[in-house]
Design a protein around this ligand. Sequence first.
Ligand SMILES: [Fe+2]
Ligand SMILES: [Fe+2]
Length: 259
Amino acid sequence: MQIDRRAFFATLGTTAAIDAMPSEALADALEHHMMETLDEQAATNDLKVRRGAGSLFGGPTPSGGTTEIVKLKTMPEQPTLIDFFKYRFAPATHVLQSATDALKKGEKEELILACLLHDVVLNLIKVDHGWWGAQLLEPYVSAKVSWGIRHHQALRFFPDSSVGYEYPELYNRIFGKDYEPAPYIKRTYEYARNHKWYMEARMITVHDLYAFDPNMKVSLDPFIDIIGRHFKQPKEGLGYDNSPVAHMWRSLIFPDMPL
Ligand SMILES: [Fe+2]
Ligand SMILES: [Fe+2]
């Protein structure tokens, strides 16, 4: 946290008054000032954007910071999934690391694709991203892939020792230590747990854990052929194929359009 020293000392009065303060009182004052500043920063963030807003719309990052709104490049007229990775999802580090982990561990191509796509919708919207993500991709991937993406959201809160999946420490920081998933998330978990495709979603959460490494270099190159084999790219371009979700891709193309 950044502390503006001058603003802090200004709250304490004259230099003489500060010099006369015992160091404990000074420490208390500093703590108080930091708490107030934190509250102010949180309040301003809340005013700027809802926490469920996607990154392209200024939504917050998991660490709490707000994404800087950058000027976006114009997309090609018939954009492919690869164009979206290049122009709208970049750097896409988390999903690339997740897919790289799946690839290295010898997973099937469809699961690698599911890992590659499991969180791309966070650029559009963050709340209920499993459901939104599955919907965005449904016309273009197999039913198994979109099923896995839809359910990974609920499964990540529930450990499964059979595949070495523990509750992520990161979630204690994001959701708080005593976080209890909402009843609809619990119901979705129970449903998915007993489904024949359970492992499709579960393995997304497993490879998710190995995808938060700030130093690992990743690239889309190893996945181009897998995309070619398992993603039904519409010839009109994503956003222009009249599919029931074309408008969602267009929202990613034109996030600055006022209406
Ligand atoms: Fe996710
Ligand atoms: Fe993820």
